[in-house]
Design a protein around this ligand. Structure first.
Ligand SMILES: Cc1cc2nc3c(=O)[nH]c(=O)nc-3n(C[C@H](O)[C@H](O)[C@H](O)COP(=O)(O)O)c2cc1C
Length: 229
């Protein structure tokens, strides 16, 4: 695999859901995980954990849970309809490739679950009165940034896979049935799973990625003022 530049990786690391069942060398998985743990985390807490599932029976069971959870997702997508910025073709492709994964998740040689322990709030009584008075805000804040200490690691995984020629996609449907996933994998109660990522050699090509235009989503100095780029 020839080295590719970081920007090329970012521009072409599209979701690849159709993967070959061929095994992925363990050293490549280790390399991907070493990239994951280079990510930032709140307070540098590094409260992450990664469950790498290669055992065929475990993958089979995980795949069945993903399938079940995806039935719920399917109903949600159908009721929501096509986002206006996607063409009919792009939306149809998303639904078709998404549906492929519902059926074939277990066939990926590696299923990776980035997990994390949500930060524990200090006891309210231990806080100075002015801070204790805004306790509810702190709870809301903690809830709001819940995933922010693991999703940067997920993006590193996506880019590392791209650099190594491996396909992957961030999926979260399984969280709808997370209790079953945790029971299957023996994940402790205080640990949450944030993604389920199939990893394997792709059947389809990388990028290019198409996105809403930058000028549509960027504001210069204040909301509503056009960014010149
Ligand atoms: C938070 C999040 C959750 C996602 N969950 C799923 C999922 O459960 N199943 C799936 O197939 N793709 C999932 N995706 C992938 C998106 O569908 C994908 O990123 C998007 O369609 C853009 O695809 P592209 O990068 O190939 O253009 C998820 C992406 C994100 C960021």
């Amino acid at each position: 695999m020839p080295e590719i530049g970081l920007f090329e990786a970012m521009y072409s690391a599209r979701s690849l859901r159709r993967l070959k069942p061929d095994p992925v060398p363990e050293e490549l998985i280790t390399k991907i995980l070493n990239a994951a743990i280079r990510a930032p985390s709140g307070g540098n807490a590094q409260n992450w954990a990664f469950v790498v599932v290669r055992d065929p029976e475990q993958r089979q069971k995980l795949g069945a849970i993903y399938r079940k959870a995806s039935d719920i997702a399917e109903a949600m997508y159908a009721a929501r309809g096509r986002p206006p910025h996607l063409t009919e073709r792009q939306f149809a492709r998303l639904m078709t490739t998404g549906a492929h994964l519902w059926q074939h998740m277990s066939e990926a040689p590696v299923l990776l679950l980035p997990c994390g322990r949500p930060p524990a709030l200090p006891p309210r009584e231990a806080l100075p009165p002015d801070i204790a008075a805004r306790w509810e805000n702190e709870v809301t804040y903690a809830e709001r940034i819940r995933g922010a200490s693991i999703y940067p690691a997920v993006q590193n995984i996506i880019l590392a896979c791209r650099a190594l020629g491996l396909g992957t996609v961030i999926t979260t449907n399984h969280i709808r049935c997370e209790d079953e996933v945790k029971a299957l994998l023996g994940i402790p109660e205080d640990i949450a799973t944030f993604a389920l990522m199939p990893i394997g050699w792709p059947l389809d090509r990388f990028g290019p990625l198409t996105r809403r235009p930058l000028t549509e989503v960027t504001h210069a100095d204040r909301w509503g003022a056009a960014w010149p780029g």
